[in-house]
Ligand binder design. Structure first.
Ligand code: SF4
Ligand code: SF4
Length: 381
């Protein structure tokens, strides 16, 4: 029987056949094998030396490096699935204190969903949503960045739900993008992703159910997050959450625990992006489209079947290589990227309820200087 995905958040973007995406074609994987990208890959995947420039000094570089430590050493979800903290099963030698023959009877999946969200937040997630797992978002193949092992990927039957978690990056550090200082908050969240996902997966296993923790591995995170009601898709190709805009990283746990899916979010992102263009204007590599949404991909790094603003990932990566580090300008400048506060709550309300004010709101945002880069002094508060 064909699954009915029409009630999901991604349904409004899907206009054609969605084929499962081959992870080998994702930009950071292509950098490992695609001959056309080797010059950029060599610049990006190498030891970098500090410069005599704010945001690129030894303290900035150390912050960036240290922030990635948990992901790089104990999880490696950016390299391959089913590894370290993101292992699909608890390792037998690390037996916990809960007897493995127990299983919690769940009479109220709604209550269980609330409990899962509470636990995920306790373990470090900023936002949590639940969706029925749409298997079109699972990678068709995986590619190991180190060994180049390439193989088909199947998630066994029974994993019916995805608990999707967003992790807020630090507002002031993102404002220092594209310096290495900004990469510090990115690394912290990449490290928090396996930290939180692995503990949530273990909590579920301790209840007697199955759980697969994932960072960027195993399935594409953004559509899962949209299906889980965490936000909508922006012109910058990122998840736009109501609370933090695109200033988040995403992890997920796939499970057979009976849960209740969340409703899709709709707070006017597509409509606002049509008039905004701020990310396209401020992208240093012109990787973000200015025109209308399209189904036409730039290259093999774009998924098919969706009406969206596809990112030119090759151009984006070329800038990352020149920068010898990541970039978050398209997050920094987005008007949905705001810190907490009543004034910003009003702006969010206006975006949702007064579409005729969209262009005016973009201009007000410009006037107040939101999105401008802060001086990348070590620790800008
Ligand atoms: S990360 Fe930077 S280079 Fe890439 S699309 Fe965003 S703004 Fe452009
Ligand atoms: S910067 Fe503007 S156009 Fe780009 S994602 Fe944000 S709201 Fe949309």
């Amino acid at each position: 029987m064909k699954a009915n995905h029409s009630h999901k958040g991604t349904a409004k973007y899907i206009v054609g056949e969605v084929k499962r995406f081959d992870q080998k074609n994702e930009m950071f994987k292509r950098a490992r094998w695609d001959p056309r990208l080797q010059a950029d890959a060599k610049r990006f995947y190498t030891t970098v030396y500090p410069k005599n420039k704010k945001g690129y000094m030894l303290k900035d570089l150390a912050l960036r490096d240290a922030a990635w430590y948990i992901e790089d050493v104990f999880a490696r979800g950016c390299r391959i699935h089913n590894s370290g903290l993101l292992s699909w099963e608890r390792k037998a030698q690390d037996a916990g204190c809960v007897p493995t023959d127990l299983k919690l009877e769940i009479h109220d999946p709604r209550e269980m969903s609330q409990d899962i969200k509470k636990v995920a937040k306790l373990f470090g997630a900023s936002l949590v949503g639940i969706t029925e797992l749409d298997r079109r978002w699972i990678y068709s193949h995986t590619f190991d960045s180190v060994t180049h092992e390439y193989k088909e990927l199947e998630v066994p039957e029974g994993y019916q739900y995805a608990v999707v978690m967003a992790f807020e990056m630090e507002y002031n550090l993102v404002k220092a993008s594209p310096t290495w200082l900004a990469a510090g908050t990115e690394g912290v969240e990449y490290s928090r992703m396996p930290f939180t996902a692995s503990m949530l997966a273990q909590f579920i296993r301790d209840l007697g159910y199955k759980a697969i923790p994932c960072g960027n591995d195993t399935a594409i995170s953004i559509p899962l997050a949209i299906d889980a009601g965490l936000g909508e898709l922006g012109r910058n190709g990122l998840l736009i959450t109501k609370e933090f805009g695109p200033r988040v990283r995403i992890a997920k746990v796939l499970t057979d625990l009976p849960l209740v899916p969340d409703e899709p979010a709709d707070f006017g992102v597509t409509r606002f992006c049509e008039v905004c263009m701020r990310c396209a204007t401020n992208c240093p590599s012109q990787a973000i489209m200015r025109g209308d949404r399209t189904t036409k991909p730039h290259d093999i790094s774009n998924a098919t079947g969706e009406l969206k603003w596809p990112i030119n990932a090759e151009r984006c990566f070329a800038f990352w290589a020149r920068n010898e580090g990541s970039c978050m300008n398209c997050i920094r400048v987005c008007p949905f990227n705001k810190s907490a506060g009543w004034l910003h709550d009003i702006a969010r309300w206006l975006v949702k309820h007064t579409p005729w004010l969209d262009l005016f709101l973009v201009k007000v945002d410009d006037l107040f200087g939101y999105g401008k880069q802060t001086k990348p002094n070590f620790w800008s508060e």
